[in-house]
Design a protein around this ligand. Structure first.
Ligand SMILES: [Zn+2]
Length: 73
């Protein structure tokens, strides 16, 4: 019985990893720079607020740089 549970867990883990890999491909761009476990903007190295990281997991830019990039389009 525990084997079946382990298999299910492996399946779930693999599927999640695949989904994350897909997400990484569909949304290219640099992630944040981590300094002492704190995420910093990949452009200006400002600290990215935790609220922003929670709202946009994996975001690599601070608000100012993201807005600048948006306005360039
Ligand atoms: Zn920045």
């Amino acid at each position: 019985m525990s084997d079946a549970a382990d298999d299910a867990q492996d399946f779930e883990t693999n599927r999640r990893a695949a989904a994350l890999a897909d997400a990484a491909v569909s949304e290219p761009g640099p992630g944040p720079i981590f300094i002492d476990g704190v995420a910093h903007c990949a452009e200006c190295e400002a600290v990215i607020p935790e609220a922003r990281l929670k709202a946009l997991p994996g975001v690599g830019l601070c608000v100012a740089c993201a807005e600048e990039r948006e306005s360039e389009r």
